[in-house]
Every structure is written in structure tokens, then in C-alpha cells.
Write a protein that binds this ligand. Structure first.
Ligand SMILES: *[C@@H]1O[C@H](CO)[C@@H](O)[C@H](O)[C@H]1NC(C)=O
Ligand SMILES: *[C@@H]1O[C@H](CO)[C@@H](O)[C@H](O)[C@H]1NC(C)=O
Ligand SMILES: *[C@@H]1O[C@H](CO)[C@@H](O)[C@H](O)[C@H]1NC(C)=O
Ligand SMILES: *[C@@H]1O[C@H](CO)[C@@H](O)[C@H](O)[C@H]1NC(C)=O
Length: 519
């Protein structure tokens, strides 16, 4: 998932509610009913997502090396809200057959999951492949394929091997090559049966929270410096892994490979103010275009606006060179077009307005470089996490923004979308969230002409949610963490999603709350 509830609490420092202009009260409170008038195309990809560290457990079994999350959380138990970690999680290393069964029960034909880099390569490097780890993923993929579910495999969903983190992780330029070595091992081991890959999940959340602050591991806290190093080398790692696949494996493996980026949508705090509308664009360029432009634009490289701003600010601040590293011409070319689809993770929308400084902003930092203040709309529902307000139209607007900016070169695949609550089985709010967000996706396809070809719900089951530990529940299935079998139980939202996948339409009346809720 894109970030955690605790992130948002920190995010909320800069999003302290104040008097807001309510000029653009949206139609989120509309009560939809009946069947959606549009339907999902027959070949539309429906899936569900998870990530290795959030579900596997078995952190030290069968020759697995440590990831930086293992090592850091053992040393800093207070880092998570409930002082828990991913040592056991949903125990999917042992209970993957249960996972396959519930994915199958949803009726989806795609399951997006990630490989734990240190389970496959305990030291991070390709001189030492852990056979038990290699076999685990082989079996998992084969069992999925047996029941007609296509595995969509992410190579890097944040669990950097500790041995490589000790060398600086993504702030070290050599990480690009280590990542490519790892990708080669994965393509060789599984490319005969895996034809749908993503390289990296949400580099923005990873770099911003992990390198630019202390919200995520590795908690480097080098704001304004390491977060851009991380962005830079993670982009290059992605590009080189893509080129490796494209030249050496695709010719006979025939798969597709892309990257997953994350974005909030932004609404101008006051829609009548040009400066607020500009702030939305600035925010999107700094937090999202930074990653998307080098890959998906026509001309490549960082967005000119971002390049110029970082160069100017760095010089003014007395840095010997720009805090944003520079791509060589060859690197610009390697990045350009290095994704067969636009993987997009989206959860929420903020109100935006310009600001030169806010309490809590460090100098330098991505926030201070961006100079946009984020606030939450007081009327938008907030069902579980401080950072996540529900504003379905923001999803459609984001899909349109991506389409308009990056053309129709590649299809958009929504690789994550969902919301967190307190874990209730009768999760009417999640049902409503999915119905409304998916309806916005239908509008984006049918009335706006956006090329959206797939959608993955986050997440299959309640899991370890990074700094929130197990306190944030995003699952379609509930997990009884106290039971030895970590029993999975479908929530209403699982049944509702199954209905959507089956009928290719949304029935807004399937699971209406008996009591009237704000969602
Ligand atoms: C579907 O419903 C939406 C929202 O009520 C409406 O704007 C749109 O025109 C309808 N489309 C069709 C094809 O009926
Ligand atoms: C490689 O990883 C294994 C398993 O985690 C560990 O025992 C070994 O010490 C590591 N080797 C090096 C050189 O780090
Ligand atoms: C992170 O760095 C800032 C200075 O930029 C400092 O004020 C803060 O205490 C640091 N946080 C941690 C947890 O070390
Ligand atoms: C736990 O799982 C095992 C094997 O899958 C099964 O034999 C056992 O009955 C289960 N126990 C419970 C309490 O569900």
C-alpha cells in the first residue's frame, strides 16, 4: 500500500485542519443505487494485490537473509504503532495455499504479489541463491497458474536486503547493478511461467518516507538530499531491469514489464484561485511527474519545471551541485518508454494551496521544495486512517491527468486502490468505497476515453501495514492473527468485489448498510 496511517499522522502535521473554503462541495455524498449504467470491458483485468514483507512471515526460515525491515524493526520495536513486525504476518510462506483459495474465491484472474529479494538472494547478491526460497516462489506461481490465476510479480516492494542496505541502499549508485543482477535471477528462474512483471512499487513513498524522513525504514532522515538520490537510482535500476528483460528475455519469454507509481489527487483549496490551481500542478509534478516524466513523457528526463526548481534552490542554498542528480543522455534514453503499462496506485485526495513554509517542514526537503500546503476537506469521509479521506471523483481526475500528460502510449493499470478501517467483517464503508471508486474508473473509460485496462484492489487480506503494524485493516478478507492457522474470513467487501468481477458491473444495492452511514 502506498503509505501507512502513521505516515498520515505525520502528514497530518502539515495537513492540520483549518478553515477551508467549501466552494467545490463535491458529489461524493450522492446515493447511488441500482446497477451501474456502464460495465467493465470483457478483457478488463481484475486482480488483488499483496506484498512479500506484509504477508509472508518466516523471516528467518529456510535460508532467507534479512531485509532491512526485519533488521530495523528488531532493533527498534517502537517504530510500529503496535510494536509488532512482519516476523509472522499472515504466515503466507506456509499458508500460500489458503491465499490461492481466497484469491480464487474472489473470481479474479490476476494476483499481484512480490518476491522478497533477501529470500531469494540472502546477501542481496547473485552469487548466493537460496534454493528453498527459489523453490517457494516456483511452487506458489505454479499453484496459481494451475487454477488459472496469472501471477503479477513485483521485484521490489520495499524489502531491501540488509546486506545491501548496509552499503547505502538506493543512495548508492551501485544498487542499480545489484538490482539488475537480482532481476536477472528472477527472469531466469521464473520467466518461463511469469509474463507480467513490475520492477518497483511506489518509489515515491519509498524514497520520500524512507530516505527523506524517518517515517519508513531505512529512516535515513536525509531530507532534500537522499530522497532524490533514492529517486534517481531507483529509476535507473528500473530502466536497466526493463532493458535487460526487453533485450534478453522478452524475445522468447514474451511477457510485459512495467513500474508502479503512486499519486494523491489534489483539488485546489479555492477553485476560484489560479494560485491554488497552480499549486495542484506543482504538487503533482514534484511528487509524481518526478517519476513519471522520465519514463512516460515524449521527451523524457525529469520534468523541466522540477529540474529548474531543484537546480535553482540548490544553488541558492549553497550546494556545490544540484540536489537532484542528472541523467546522462544514455540514461535518459534507457528510461524513456521503459514501461509497457502505467502502473498506478491511488488512495485519496487533498486540498492544495501554495505556501512558502509550514510548521514541520525541514529545509531542504521535498515538502519545502514543493511549497504546497496539503489539507483535508472537512466534509469528506475519513473511515479509518488519518491520511485517507474518501473523494471518488479524484480518482477519475487523476486517470485523466495521467492520460492527458502522458498520452495514450501505454495503458493504465491501477495496481492498488483501497481503504482502511478498524477491521469489521460487515465493512459497508469499504463496499461503498470500492463501488464509488470503480464507478469513477468506468466513467474515465467510457466518457473520458482513458485507456484503463486493469484494476487491483489493495489488499487481499488484513496484513502488516508498515508503521501501522496490524492496526490498519485494508483487507477484503479478515485474518484472525490469534489463531494458529491465521484463519481468513471474507468481509462483505470480498463478496461485493466478487459480484463486480463476475457481472462486470457494479450493483450499488448489493450490500447497503442497514444503518445510514456517511459513505
Ligand atoms: C450514466 O450515469 C451517469 C451518472 O448518473 C450519467 O452522467 C451518464 O450520462 C449515464 N450514462 C449513460 C450511458 O446512461
Ligand atoms: C550471506 O547470507 C547468509 C544467510 O543470511 C549469512 O549466513 C552469511 O553470513 C552471508 N554472507 C555474507 C558474506 O554476508
Ligand atoms: C531528522 O532530522 C531533523 C533535522 O533535519 C531532526 O530535527 C529530527 O530530529 C530528525 N529525526 C530523527 C528521528 O532523527
Ligand atoms: C489448521 O490447518 C491444518 C492444516 O491446514 C488443519 O489440519 C487444521 O484442522 C486447522 N486447524 C484449525 C483450528 O482450523
Amino acid at each position: 500500500m502506498r503509505s501507512s496511517c502513521k505516515v498520515a499522522q505525520s502528514g497530518a502535521v502539515l495537513a492540520t485542519l483549518s478553515l477551508l473554503c467549501l466552494a467545490h462541495e463535491a458529489s461524493v455524498l450522492d446515493d447511488s443505487s441500482g446497477w451501474s449504467n456502464y460495465s467493465f470491458p470483457d478483457d478488463f483485468i481484475f486482480g488483488v494485490s499483496t506484498a512479500a514483507y506484509q504477508i509472508e512471515g518466516a523471516w528467518n526460515e529456510d535460508g532467507k537473509g534479512e531485509s532491512m525491515w526485519d533488521t530495523y524493526l528488531h532493533e527498534h520495536p517502537d517504530f510500529t504503532a503496535d510494536r509488532l513486525n512482519g516476523d509472522v504476518a499472515t504466515d503466507s510462506y506456509h499458508r500460500y495455499m489458503d491465499d490461492i483459495q481466497i484469491v480464487k474465491d474472489l473470481g479474479v484472474k490476476y494476483y499481484r504479489l512480490s518476491i522478497s529479494w533477501p529470500r531469494l538472494l540472502p546477501n542481496g547478491t547473485d552469487n548466493n541463491v537460496n534454493n528453498a526460497g527459489a523453490k517457494y516462489y516456483r511452487t506458489l506461481f505454479e499453484e496459481l497458474i494451475k487454477v488459472n490465476i496469472t501471477p503479477v510479480v513485483t521485484l521490489f516492494h520495499w524489502d531491501m536486503p540488509t546486506a545491501l542496505m548496509d552499503l547505502g541502499g538506493w543512495s548508492n549508485p551501485l544498487m542499480v547493478d545489484y538490482f539488475v543482477d537480482y532481476a536477472r535471477v528472477a527472469f531466469k528462474l521464473y520467466g518461463d511461467i511469469i509474463n507480467f512483471w513490475t520492477t518497483v512499487n511506489e518509489p515515491h513513498q519509498h524514497c520520500y518516507n524512507g530516505y527523506g524522513s524517518t517515517i519508513f525504514v531505512p529512516a535515513i532522515n536525509s531530507s532534500g538530499v537522499a530522497e532524490y538520490l533514492c529517486s534517481h537510482y531507483i529509476l535507473l535500476g528500473h530502466a536497466k531491469a526493463y532493458r535487460l528483460y526487453d533485450t534478453e528475455f522478452r524475445p522468447y519469454q514474451k511477457g510485459k514489464i512495467g513500474i508502479t507509481l503512486d499519486a494523491f489527487w489534489g483539488e485546489p483549496k479555492d477553485a476560484n484561485k489560479q494560485e491554488d490551481r497552480d499549486a495542484v500542478e506543482t504538487y503533482l509534478q514534484m511528487h509524481f511527474g518526478l517519476y513519471a516524466h522520465p519514463i512516460f513523457s515524449m521527451e523524457g528526463d525529469y520534468p523541466p519545471f522540477v529540474r529548474e526548481r531543484l537546480d535553482t534552490y540548490s544553488e541558492y542554498e549553497g550546494f556545490a551541485r544540484s540536489r537532484l542528480p542528472t541523467f546522462t543522455e544514455e540514461e535518459v534514453k534507457a528510461l524513456l518508454g521503459s514501461s509497457d503499462f502505467f502502473g498506478l496506485n491511488h488512495y485519496t485526495t487533498y486540498l492544495m494551496s501554495p505556501s512558502t513554509m509550514e510548521p514541520g517542514w525541514k529545509v531542504p526537503s521535498l515538502e519545502h521544495d514543493t511549497r504546497v500546503k496539503l489539507e483535508q476537506h472537512p466534509k469528506w469521509p475519513k473511515p479509518g486512517a488519518d491520511w485517507l479521506t474518501v473523494y471518488p471523483p479524484g480518482f477519475r481526475k487523476l486517470l485523466n491527468w495521467v492520460t492527458n500528460k502522458y498520452g495514450r502510449n501505454v495503458p493504465i493499470i491501477v495496481t492498488e486502490n483501497g481503504m482502511c478501517d478498524h477491521g469489521q467483517i460487515d465493512d459497508y464503508e469499504r463496499v461503498s468505497y470500492y463501488n464509488k471508486y470503480l464507478y469513477q474508473l468506468l466513467l474515465a473509460i467510457h466518457t473520458d476515453g482513458c485507456k484503463v485496462e486493469g484494476y487491483f484492489a489493495w489488499t487481499l487480506m488484513d496484513d502488516f501495514e508498515w508503521t501501522d503494524g496490524y492496526t490498519a485493516k485494508f483487507g477484503l478478507y479478515s485474518v484472525d492473527f490469534n489463531s494458529p492457522n491465521k484463519t481468513r474470513t471474507p468481509k462483505l467487501s470480498a463478496k461485493n468485489y466478487r459480484g463486480i468481477v463476475k457481472s462486470r458491473r457494479i450493483n450499488f444495492d448489493s450490500f447497503k448498510s442497514p444503518i445510514s452511514t456517511y459513505l
